[in-house]
Design a protein around this ligand. Structure first.
Ligand code: ZN
Length: 505
């Protein structure tokens, strides 16, 4: 620090300059990654990986430079001299900086190398349906994550420390309470489903011949109708759909199946939900925590709300069925009932990403149980396939025929992402709660949707979620929107209502 102490406000201005520069580097990195997953020709994979590595290292250097960290520490000590909105940026930047610097750079390097190797092994193990190929790597990953948690905060439950990488402020206790209640309530609904193999034999009306060009056109019109701004975004194709923000440019991706309209439509609406959140962040706070999405759980609440509570509803189809009929020949004679039924098909299945709205949460609770036991040292990696099968039998009443349909299906653990899975169900929980609060304020979703007035809901979400960025942590943000603590009741209610509706269709 110089001889004259600069005002806190001036120092905050310097922090903003640093954060803007980091955000621009991150945007360039994201553009390279987006291209890697969409249009990059296969032959340049090697040079692209190097370019991404170079930019990632440059960004890491900025984020860990002593000048930057000293500034963050200084401002954190002068928070009372800052405006409350400035203090939000300082608080969140400091929290991330502290977590980052708790990890020695050798550990960071070792960890990312381990993840890269394990991901490669996961691809092979899954193809060969051989858990043994992945097992030693997974064991090292569990040990690595235990070590990472200890470095960040040895005094706390290591699983909670890891969970906070994705959901800052969330506690294991709160999650356990929520998931226990869900486990009990949802198992009753799942128990009423037909036994495995006794369902899904007859194709639904959303299966047939749906030409890709027509799907593309229909999906684009749906995304536009719910408010996605194509002037500041795109919709392309990727094997595993995702959304990537390149600054204020939001790129959605989807995947197509010519024989089933549901794949591309629902992945488009899901990703558009993520995209609407990104497009709704405060442009004045671009690149700052106030202008950055709050948490993975809140992000997922936006995608799930649009996908499930809007896109699978009767009101949605009342509005879109006429357009669907003129777009797709197989739907010309389809009834509203048949389409809504097809959009809400529920069945026990092995694969999480193909699971319906109801059983999906049980797939997540299973992973939450297992990964917590792994980190606590109560479950050995070698026993994972057996534990997986036992949990599947207990929760869903089915046992996967192979590890490929079981423990090898997801890339998360092999990528070192332990503590990530719960945010998916947290997203469902928050989505149902936010939908209830929004309906209370703006009126029946059904009535709005029948008229195509999706923008009313978007406006509500802009005010209560999008514009706030990281002003609050996830749980507190949802609590502020509701005026009370969020819980699993709204999700259970929603699923019970849907279950009754399906029986009547
Ligand atoms: Zn998502």
């Amino acid at each position: 620090m110089g001889t004259t102490l600069q005002s806190a406000s001036d120092r905050y201005g310097q922090l903003v300059t640093h954060l803007h520069l980091q955000a621009d580097l991150a945007a360039a990195l994201h553009l390279l990654q987006w291209d890697q997953e969409t249009y990059m020709p296969a032959g340049v994979a090697g040079s692209r990986a190097r370019q991404i590595g170079t930019l990632a290292a440059a960004l890491h250097e900025r984020r860990t430079s002593p000048r930057f960290l000293d500034l963050v520490d200084e401002l954190a000590g002068r928070q009372t001299d800052l405006e409350s909105w400035q203090a939000v940026d300082v608080r969140e930047t400091k929290w991330r900086a502290d977590r980052q610097r708790a990890l020695e750079s050798d550990l960071v390097r070792e960890r990312s190398q381990l993840h890269a190797e394990a991901r490669g092994r996961w691809v092979e193990a899954r193809e060969a349906d051989d858990f043994e190929l992945l097992r030693p790597y997974l064991k090292r990953i569990v040990e690595m994550e235990q070590r990472v948690a200890r470095c960040i905060d040895a005094s706390r439950d290591p699983y909670e420390v890891l969970l906070e990488s994705y959901e800052p402020g969330m506690t294991v206790k709160a999650l356990e309470d929520c998931f226990e209640r869900l486990r009990t309530d949802l198992q009753g609904l799942v128990g009423a489903l037909p036994a495995a193999g006794e369902d899904g034999a007859t194709p639904t009306v959303l299966q047939g011949d749906f030409p890709l060009d027509s799907q593309r056109s229909f999906n684009t019109q749906v995304a536009r109708a719910i408010g996605f701004d194509f002037n500041k975004g795109r919709l392309d194709v990727a094997v595993h759909p995702f959304t990537m923000s390149i600054g204020d440019d939001v790129r959605l991706t989807t995947r197509y199946d010519q024989t089933d309209l549901r794949y591309s439509l629902y992945s488009t609406i899901h990703e558009a939900g993520h995209g609407l959140y990104e497009q709704g962040l405060d442009p004045e706070a671009h690149g700052l925590p106030r202008g950055t999405a709050c948490s993975l759980g809140v992000h997922e609440s936006q995608s799930r709300l649009w996908e499930n509570l809007v896109g699978r509803s009767t009101g949605f189809w009342e509005y879109f069925l006429p357009l669907a009929k003129t777009t797709f020949a197989p739907l010309q004679a389809a009834s509203l009932k048949a389409v809504v039924h097809a959009a809400n098909e529920t069945r026990r299945s092995f694969i999480r990403t193909e699971a319906d709205e109801l059983t999906y949460n049980l797939h997540i609770i299973l992973r939450f149980d297992l990964e917590r036991a792994l980190i606590a040292g109560q479950l050995a990696v070698a026993d994972l396939p057996e534990a997986w099968a036992a949990h599947m039998r207990q929760h869903l009443g089915i046992v996967p025929p192979s590890n490929r349909d079981g423990v090898l299906q997801d890339v998360h653990w092999a990528s070192g992402a332990i503590g990530y899975f719960p945010t998916y169900t947290l997203g469902n929980v928050y989505a149902a709660e936010l939908a209830t609060a929004a309906e209370h304020d703006i009126g029946s979703f059904h009535d709005l949707m029948v008229r195509g007035e999706f923008i009313e809901l978007l406006r509500w979400l802009r005010t209560h979620v999008h514009r706030l960025g990281q002003t609050y942590r996830g749980h507190a943000l949802v609590a502020a929107a509701l005026g009370r603590e969020p819980g699993p009741h709204a999700l259970v209610d929603h699923l019970e209502r849907k279950n009754r509706m399906m029986k009547e269709l």
